[in-house]
Design a protein around this ligand. Structure first.
Ligand code: GDP
Ligand code: MN
Length: 381
């Protein structure tokens, strides 16, 4: 789950990290009295995307009376006029620094990143310190300081090392995949203040946290979803609608991506990507097919490709459930089924037998995913 800046800063504040004073404004809300005396202002659109500065969605102004102008400049750049805005007291920034904690996927541990030139162009900087932050070998201030080398003047490096050393523990407690502060502002009077927060929490750890928390982020994520994507979520799986002409029904991200590529290689485009929400345990075939049926009713959709790959769950039962489901109501577009089954799954019925069984019922079925996609491509043509 990606947190909106406002929610991300609330999380940081909870852990004692300094963030600017701020007030969340609903669309259309004026400048609140509580902010009238602030010495300067930043108005920031709350989206679940970065790069807002470059898109004109972050506006700095000095006088309270300039609030309306700032808002008027932001609104045309928004897709949704209901986007909430965060009004903050402007921080007098002397230097913008980049600091982050993320999961180093190959080493399977957290790492701390620090760069001396934060801000909007951080992607282009070559100067970046990376410090491993394993649970048994934490990124201590000493270790971080040593890794900073000549990136910062020594006194600032020492302060940053102490600052950054606290972040991995926050990431652990909060189950974060990413905790990025960019810019971390060094103010003119020498304070370190987190001026932006990009925080992603591991969805698999949701059950450990308050489901009501981070309401702004939840609302933004829900608003960005289509009706069917929301329905799919309620049914227990993830759907991403894409612009395409073939409905793809799979589970597991790797298989889904492979099938999307195969479909693309054969001159078609997948109109959907599906994955389980909670890993393998949930069986959602009929739910996924139900959503596929709704998608396939659209005129631009020409075919449905359903690839099922079973490791241990019984293929015989899967085919039983599939044929029973198909018998209830015809599908609006031709269906192409691919079947792969591991040894345990194929005990009562092999993939070849399943294909025979489906073909006997007039359903195009294959054990080879390439043959499957080729057949669908012929039908679409
Ligand atoms: P992003 O572009 O979506 O990452 O949005 P940011 O929150 O990082 O804002 C973009 C840029 O606006 C930052 O890199 C800063 O240069 C500037 N900015 C943001 N907040 C403040 C602030 O309080 N004071 C000052 N002077 N600049 C700010
Ligand atoms: Mn930023």
């Amino acid at each position: 789950m990606r947190l909106a800046e406002y929610d991300g800063k609330a999380l940081l504040r909870r852990h004692g990290i300094a963030v600017p004073r701020g007030i969340l404004l609903a669309a259309g809300e004026g400048l609140p009295d509580a902010a009238a005396q602030w010495p300067g202002f930043v108005l920031k659109a709350q989206l679940l995307e970065g790069g807002r500065g470059k898109r004109g969605l972050v506006r700095r102004f000095d006088k309270a009376s300039d609030f309306r102008d700032a808002r008027r400049l932001i609104l045309p750049a928004l897709d949704d006029a209901d986007t909430p805005l965060l009004l903050e007291e402007a921080v007098p920034i002397a230097r913008e620094i980049f600091v982050a904690v993320r999961i180093d996927g190959s080493a399977q541990r957290l790492e701390v990143l620090l760069a001396p030139e934060g801000g909007e162009n951080v992607e282009t900087t070559a100067k970046l310190a990376r410090i491993a932050a394993g649970a048994g070998a934490p990124a201590t201030p000493d270790k971080i300081f040593a890794a900073l080398g000549k990136l910062f003047p020594p006194e600032l490096a020492a302060r940053l090392a102490r600052y950054a050393a606290r972040l991995p523990e926050i990431a652990r407690q909060e189950d974060l995949e990413l905790l990025e502060i960019n810019p971390l502002a060094l103010t003119k009077d020498g304070n370190l203040i987190a001026c932006d927060a990009k925080i992603i929490r591991d969805d698999a750890a949701d059950f450990r946290h308050d489901p009501e928390e981070f309401a702004v982020s939840r609302k933004l994520a829900a608003r960005a979803m289509t009706k069917l994507e929301r329905e799919a979520q309620a049914l227990g799986f993830q759907l991403v609608e894409t612009d395409g002409n073939v409905v793809l029904v799979t589970s597991g991200a790797g298989l889904g991506m492979m099938m999307m590529d195969l479909i693309g290689d054969h001159g078609m485009r997948a109109a959907s990507f599906m994955d389980n929400l909670r890993g393998a345990p949930d069986e959602t075939m009929t739910e996924r097919l139900k959503i596929a049926r709704a998608l396939a009713a659209r005129p631009n959709i020409k075919a449905i490709i359903f690839q099922t790959t079973l490791a241990s769950r019984s293929l015989a039962e899967r085919i039983e459930a599939l044929t029973a489901w198909l018998a209830t109501e015809p599908l609006p577009k031709p269906l192409f089924v691919g079947i792969a089954a591991g040894h345990a799954a194929a005990r009562k019925m092999t993939a070849e037998q399943a294909v025979e069984r489906l073909r006997a019922l007039g359903i195009s079925a294959f054990t080879d995913p390439v043959a499957l996609v080729k057949a669908a491509a012929n039908a679409v043509r």
